[in-house]
Design a protein around this ligand. Sequence first.
Ligand SMILES: Nc1ncnc2c1ncn2[C@@H]1O[C@H](COP(=O)(O)OP(=O)(O)OP(=O)(O)O)[C@@H](O)[C@H]1O
Ligand SMILES: [Mg+2]
Length: 399
Amino acid sequence: MKKLHRKLLEKEVYGDSRRAGVVLLVIFVLAVLAVVSLLVALSYYCYIRSRVSKRSRDQKMKDEKVGSASVKSGTEKGIQVYTYKQLYSATNGFSSGNIIGHGGFGSVYRGVLPDGRRIAVKLMDRSGKQGEEEFTMEVELLSRLRSPYLLGLLGHCSDNEHKLLVYEYMANGSLQELLYLDNGSNGGASKLEWETRLRIALDAAKGLEYLHEHVNPPIIHRDFKSSNILLDKNFHAKVSDFGLAKLGSEKAGGHVSTRVLGTQGYVAPEYALTGHLTTKSDVYSYGVVLLELLTGRVPVDMKRPPGECVLVSWALPRLTDREKVIEIMDPALEGQYSMKDAIQVAAIAAMCVQAEGDYRPLMADVVQSLLPLVKHLRSSSKVTSCPTYPPTGEHVNVG
Ligand SMILES: Nc1ncnc2c1ncn2[C@@H]1O[C@H](COP(=O)(O)OP(=O)(O)OP(=O)(O)O)[C@@H](O)[C@H]1O
Ligand SMILES: [Mg+2]
């Protein structure tokens, strides 16, 4: 009996320890399995991660390629780089017969490209101090500005010796030429009608509005004047030479050049006195151009009787007096305008040429004031077609 009991006891003990061994084995196997699956999961995770990051790296590289390609093609599309030889042959060797004007930067030549496009080439003769790279950068910046009211810069040429700008050709030349048939002295009656003058005023205002309000940071023209308003074959006006002041050397032979001070008769008093330049300086110059359109007189004419030489000083007291507005109107316009319209344009001009810059309107205000006047013009006007450009509401970042 005792023997049997011992055997039973031994069996129990052995059975327990065998069961414990099995349990331990199971636990061990499970642990090994867990570690193995953990390792598998970890390596799978690493594999997936490396694939994802490779894909995003590839995508990024692809994006960069696309980005640089679009910038490149945009630049190429926006501005053409011409060789001096190409422009030389386009302008018939820069022949004197092809000269269409002279300005502060040099001579302007008419030319024709091999594809038949007519161009105007400005041969810059004062840019010696400016580096080639800086010139190219500045020109490319200006070429990014697109508006139907700004003269399109088609391309440029820049090597050590020559710096040239290539523009679209404006068949009707500058407003200055059209207004003053005998070079600005009194007597030459302009054939520019009232309606055309109003439309030109609006187009030019829109050009300045674009520079001031649709470009970031704003561009101050610095030299807004009637010779920098050019007219295409339909008499649509475009503002030219914006931002070019920066391209000229600031000093010419040690003297401060007229480029810095703008052009006589157009310069806002605060800029002339302090050199402080704001968009309101352009508004003043715009007011002077508006006065030229109203009166047919140049901004400064020393041949006129005392008190009438400086256009702003002569016109200002008459602009705000409804009875006297008639006195300043260009005799060539007789019978073409209503007194109501003339008084309104005179009031806009008066606000623009105020001595205090802060009291001058924004160009957007000027545009809004001129719009209804132009809208109500007779539909029989010569100006009918509409240029095709990207919308002007687009904002452009230039720096
Ligand atoms: N794109 C163009 N199409 C047709 N004529 C042009 C063009 N650009 C300039 N011109 C003519 O050349 C003349 C001289 O232009 P330019 O810009 O060199 O001098 P400016 O306007 O008189 O003075 P500034 O150099 O101070 O601007 C203009 O008055 C105009 O008659
Ligand atoms: Mg000019």
